[in-house]
Design a protein around this ligand. Structure first.
Ligand code: 9D3
Length: 269
């Protein structure tokens, strides 16, 4: 199996990243030869007996900055190994990572992932040694390593052949812009809770309909932002209209009950 995607992770904490390749789908992807992951210790490119990788910021202020020379040397060495790779800096200032970006990155031949620590990386590295900047979200981490692993994880499962079931990547949430329906397995009763009857029926058309409907309603309830930016199919429009009609009918009936029960509530004269 030819390597479909090469990763190099540049970090001062290689022990943090190494175990990432040791489990599950990622491990299988590496063992099958579809993916290679090399973890590069930036410190090995640092000069002097103490192999210092950080220094105080020009202009003063708290915190330390990653020195440019070791990083530059590490990026150059990684690129020499993978000349076609895209060099990505994981930084809070980067483009927010999402499934679209994961799909884009999965088309690359290789990724050199530069993990910052401390307050950040010398700006001249950002300018001259990096093709793209990525953030994994608006919260503050202590470094880029977890972000690099998040990016690799999302990208690796998109590489053909890495998921057991070939079409699972196409079916999951965000692929069609909806959250997934609920999942159930045995036992059929668990601590007082059953399984939706339709899933036990063996009627596959009905099951498909139930899954489509619950996925849509669940997305509306939990992530309305996903629906706002996504066109609805005719089937989906029909499902939502039916819920709308059912809710209107319920409200109508409630209003009628109220009118019967307490005529005093009505405005008269
Ligand atoms: C005080 C200013 N901080 C910026 C918000 C400085 C700072 C905090 C944390 C600089 C770097 C970091 C370490 N974070 C990352 O390296 C990082 C990150 C993140 O913190 N959140 C989301 N995505 C990413 S990607 C890399």
């Amino acid at each position: 199996m030819p390597v479909a995607m090469k990763f190099a992770v540049l970090t001062i904490f290689p022990e943090m990243v190494a175990p990432f390749a040791a489990h599950g789908i990622v491990r299988r992807a590496v063992e099958s030869g579809r993916v290679s992951i090399s973890v590069v210790d930036i410190r090995e490119f640092a000069a002097g007996r103490h192999r210092v990788t950080d220094d105080r910021p020009y202009g003063g202020g708290c915190g330390m900055v990653m020195k440019p020379e070791p990083l530059a040397a590490a990026v150059r060495a990684a690129r020499r190994q993978m000349p076609e790779a895209l060099t990505v800096h994981l930084t809070p200032q980067g483009r927010p990572f999402d499934q679209d970006l994961a799909r884009q990155l999965a088309r690359e031949k290789g990724l050199v992932l530069v993990c910052g620590r401390y307050e950040g990386v010398d700006e001249r590295i950002c300018q001259d040694f990096v093709d793209a900047e990525i953030s994994i979200g608006d919260y503050v981490l202590t470094g880029g390593e977890l972000a690099a692993m998040v990016v690799m994880d999302a990208v690796i499962r998109l590489i053909p052949g890495t998921l057991g079931h070939e079409d699972s990547a196409e079916q999951d949430s965000f692929c069609d812009g909806l959250l997934e329906h609920g999942h159930y397995t045995r036992p059929s009763r668990f601590e007082g809770h059953g399984v939706p009857e339709v899933l036990l029926s063996g009627n596959h058309a009905e099951i498909r309909r139930w899954r489509q409907e619950t996925a849509l309603i669940r997305t509306f309830l939990k992530r309305p932002d996903l629906l706002a930016q996504r066109p609805l199919s005719d089937a989906e429009t029909a499902i939502l209209k039916r819920w709308c009609r059912d809710i209107e009918r319920l409200l109508q009936r409630q209003a009628e009950h109220r009118a019967d029960a307490s005529p005093g509530d009505q405005q008269e004269g």
